[in-house]
Design a protein around this ligand. Structure first.
Ligand code: NAD
Length: 294
């Protein structure tokens, strides 16, 4: 199948590579030319704009930072809707606000374009392996049509409900991940301050009830003081903002999310917004004057 792909960052690039490996033809675009070059080397074909992508295909995937980027790419000047034919399917795999997904889908519907919101979890390693968890909102019929393509990038693709449901599911995921990283940092620092090696704590408890995918991925990074993203603090702040706004809109208080948001805000103010979200451990290192890793 010929697939358009817009947004070739940390996640987009490996997702394109998996589509190419599965035998699809990919027409790719990003505002950063080096990101386009990187996938062209692997066999994708470069497009000159989002509109130009839409003119060449009837199936488009977007993988962009946040709601304003997706709105600009789809509804903006030289955007997807200027080039798309009626019947085109747009699968937005970015993590954005559920209300924004609904607004973009409405604009798409007016041009006969069918949209799904299909954010992912698993980060760069699972994007590379093609084992991401994909959570999808929109028409079930369209979901069934694109399921096989989604499964070339994912280990699972679960239909969650009408448009926006994918992103609501993703916000729940992001709350759980952020709080897990903060709990892990707090616990590792307790061990360090009490004189027990955090590396041994990790080895001792990872197979028990406290063990998790987050612990396995993030504890080694904290212990090595390796904060290369991965998933940037700036993007997690974006997700928690969307979570807090959405939660308040539906009357569901999120007090724990608010606490972790302030840790992220502290780190952003200290210039760490571009680091991996495992750098929450730095917040604890700063308030205790002790380090988690050796
Ligand atoms: P990224 O910042 O690395 O990549 C985003 C890409 O979008 C960049 O290459 C940027 O140049 C491009 N872009 C921005 N505006 C554009 C425009 N107008 N036209 C064309 N291209 C444009 O971000 P990422 O880490 O790849 O994340 C993408 C999405 O996936 C985000 O919503 C993020 O929250 C979500 N996500 C990321 C991870 C992760 O671990 N990195 C995991 C799960 C979900």
């Amino acid at each position: 199948m010929k697939i358009g792909f817009i947004g070739l960052g940390i996640m987009g690039k490996p997702m394109v590579r998996n589509l190419l490996k599965a035998g699809h033809e990919v027409i790719a675009y990003d505002i950063i030319p080096e990101n386009v070059d990187a996938v062209v080397k692997d066999g994708a074909v470069a497009a000159t704009s989002s509109k130009n992508v839409a003119e060449q295909v009837d199936f488009i995937i977007t993988m962009l930072p946040n709601s304003p980027h997706v709105k600009a790419v789809v509804m903006g000047e030289n955007g997807v809707l200027e080039g798309a034919k009626p019947g085109t399917i747009l699968v937005d795999m970015s993590s954005i606000a559920p209300l924004a997904s609904q607004e973009i889908a409405k604009a798409c519907a007016e041009k006969g374009v069918k949209m799904l919101d299909a954010p992912v979890s698993g980060g760069e390693p699972k994007a590379i392996d093609g084992t991401m968890s994909i959570m999808v909102g929109g028409d079930k019929e369209v979901f069934d049509q694109v399921y096989d393509v989604l499964m070339t990038m994912g280990g699972s693709a679960v239909y969650c409900g009408s448009i926006g449901a994918g992103n609501t599911t993703k916000l729940s995921n992001q709350i759980i991940v952020a709080l897990n990283i903060a709990a892990l940092s707090e616990a590792m620092m307790l061990a360090r301050k009490a004189g027990v090696d955090p590396e041994l704590v990790f080895q001792a408890i990872r197979g028990g009830l406290a063990g998790s995918t987050v612990m396995d991925a993030k504890a080694p990074m904290m212990l090595a003081h390796n904060y290369k993203p991965g998933f940037k603090i700036d993007l997690h702040i974006k997700d928690l903002n969307n979570a807090i706004e959405t939660a308040h809109g539906v009357g569901s208080p999120v007090p724990l999310t608010g606490v972790v948001m302030e840790m992220f805000q502290h780190l952003k103010a200290e210039g760490c917004g571009g680091e991996d979200h495992s750098a929450i451990s730095k917040f604890y290192e700063r308030i205790t004057g002790e380090t988690i890793g050796d």
